[in-house]
Ligand binder design. Structure first.
Ligand SMILES: NC(=O)c1ccc[n+]([C@@H]2O[C@H](COP(=O)([O-])OP(=O)(O)OC[C@H]3O[C@@H](n4cnc5c(N)ncnc54)[C@H](O)[C@@H]3O)[C@@H](O)[C@H]2O)c1
Length: 516
């Protein structure tokens, strides 16, 4: 991925805990041709002795003071393209202030892996395991709060992500990136205002843009120039095999080859359809996802699930096809009709129920869906989704948590012919059913109140027959010979998958959605 926009103005600054691989990242940056400084090495020169010796002689406070003096000068001097900082450097307010404007990369490593890497070394703060683990937990929030990019602290991953990090230097300040790593590969997920306008963001070869009629009109030019534009009608009804065939034939007519790529510009419908076409066109060409709805930016663009619906059931035909990159520009949400924004908010709500903790607290407290309130939540949701997919790309277990609310939600969409409800609205109703099935009455009431606050439906249209919904649940594609596995949520952050539910209990939960 590269950008054709202005020249880099910022240094890549690697931060992270001891053992996260900052020095290795500096080596990789140097090999990639960047003017690179490993701050600890240079600081030792400045101190005139090894850090461990200085630390033992003068104490931590004096070390931190000297470290901050050196690092602030380095950051303000502007002489380096890449800098690796010591693990504690960001404890200093002065250093954190000097980091602003640079592209700060947190190499995120779990405590046990980090300990395994530094145990027995001469590092002054890596002598005692328990204190090391506590310090690791204390620092995570700090690293996260100053990071523009978050990359797993593993050498091969850092090397793979380097080009994408270099690209980040040229992106608008405020753009955040998370490196998504899972079973079949990795890719950068960028979220930032103005991303769409920074110039042409490219995958390999020529770009074949797939978009819908509404989004194409609004944003195709800003996302271009591209080599061909393929447009589908807006809405879920385009997510069909017939439309997929049409897109595939247009790719063929336009001469797309395996060296080219597809750009999916639009909401979840375009993302799923174009991603599916990219997955099967000549057995697979890259796709860059450029989501323009809240559903797309928090959920559907990431993780590689692509596909189309059958009249009988939702998402019944598809493929796993990880994107080459995701570029989410929240500024595009300004043109999204309020009802679409609200529908997207349901995926935010679902993600918050899965994550629990701070994300849930922030989401339940939202009074309105204003962009300035939504912006920071988008990246938080992306991180939750990527963490789940990282652990289980192919939906063998954990990933099924992402289906919270979707079993009944998809059934409502299918039973109503994909035309009555937006995907998010149906999932909102599905969340209420799932919480009812989870025996989480208070949480169900709170979620109902949240849905109402954002003008989302909490009752099913009585024109849709209960039996049609229940029958569609029975066709859920996650069913096994043992039955349909439900995702239940007993409390925010406590989600369980593959739960069996008695038919009469399911019927009662669906019927409650009709109560007036
Ligand atoms: N693959 C996955 O992991 C995954 C996850 C969640 C949802 N999905 C799928 O996503 C789909 C729903 O996505 P969606 O809610 O984005 O619907 P969508 O793609 O139909 O977009 C909703 C509407 O908003 C319009 N639109 C899009 N961006 C706009 C913008 N910036 N300004 C103005 N209008 C804009 C579209 O033209 C469309 O009319 C469903 O098919 C669902 O199954 C997939």
């Amino acid at each position: 991925l590269a950008t054709l926009s202005g020249s880099p103005r910022r240094a890549l600054v690697f931060i992270g805990f001891m053992g996260a691989g900052k020095s290795k990242a500096a080596l990789a940056a140097r090999r990639a041709g960047l003017e690179t400084v490993d701050a600890d090495r240079e600081l030792e020169r400045d101190l005139g002795r090894p850090i461990a010796e200085f630390f033992a002689g003068e104490g931590e406070e004096e070390f931190r003071r000297r470290e901050a003096d050196y690092v602030v000068e380095l950051l303000e001097g502007g002489g380096a393209d890449a800098i690796a900082l010591g693990g504690g450097a960001v404890l200093s307010d002065r250093v954190r202030a000097a980091l602003r404007g640079h592209a700060v990369v947190w190499l995120d490593v779990d405590a046990e892996t980090a300990w395994g890497r530094v145990e027995g070394s001469s590092r002054p703060l890596a002598r005692e395991r328990e204190r090391f683990l506590v310090r690791h937990a204390e620092r995570a929030g700090l690293y996260e709060s100053v990071a523009d990019a978050i990359v797993p602290g593993h050498r091969a991953v850092v090397e793979r992500s380097l080009d994408s990090l270099i690209a980040l230097r040229s992106m608008p300040v405020g753009t955040r990136m998370a490196w998504a790593e899972s079973e079949s590969g990795g890719y950068p997920a960028y979220v930032g205002r103005g991303l769409l306008g920074v110039g042409r963001l490219r995958g390999p070869g020529r770009a074949f843009l797939v978009t819908d009629s509404v989004v194409g009109e609004l944003y195709a030019e800003a996302a271009g120039p591209v080599d061909a534009v393929i447009e589908v009608a807006a809405g879920e009804r385009s997510k069909t095999l017939t439309e997929a065939e049409r897109v595939l034939r247009e790719l063929t007519a336009a001469g797309a080859t395996r060296s080219d790529h597809v750009v999916a510009l639009g909401g979840g419908v375009v993302g799923d359809l174009a991603g599916f076409c990219a997955a099967v066109y000549q057995r697979g060409i890259p796709v860059v996802q450029v989501p323009t709805t809240l559903v797309g930016q928090v959920d559907s663009a990431y993780g590689g699930k692509t596909g189309v619906d059958l009249p009988e059931a939702k998402n019944y035909v598809g493929a796993y096809h990880l994107p080459a990159a995701v570029l989410a520009d929240p500024a595009t949400l300004s043109t999204l009709p309020p009802a679409e924004l609200a529908a997207g908010f349901v995926e935010v709500l679902k993600t918050a129920l899965i994550a629990g903790g701070g994300l849930w607290e922030r989401v339940r407290a939202l009074e309105t869906l204003e962009p300035r309130l939504l912006d920071p939540l988008i990246f938080a949701c992306v991180r939750t989704k990527l963490a789940v997919v990282a652990a289980d790309e192919r939906d063998r277990g954990l990933r099924q948590v992402l289906n919270l609310g979707h079993t009944v939600g998809h059934a409502i969409e299918a039973a109503s012919g994909y035309g009555r409800y937006r995907h998010g609205e149906a999932v909102g109703l599905g969340l209420l059913a799932a919480l009812e099935l989870s025996d989480a009455g208070d949480l169900r009431d709170e979620v109902e109140a949240i849905l109402e606050r954002h003008s989302l439906p909490t009752r099913i249209d009585p024109a849709i027959a209960v039996d049609a919904v229940i029958d569609a649940v029975g066709r859920d594609k996650k069913r096994t010979p043992g039955g349909v596995g439900f995702v239940l949520c007993r409390a925010p952050g406590e989600v369980v998958t593959d739960q069996r539910v008695e038919p009469d209990v399911l019927r009662a939960a669906v019927e409650r959605l009709y109560d007036r």
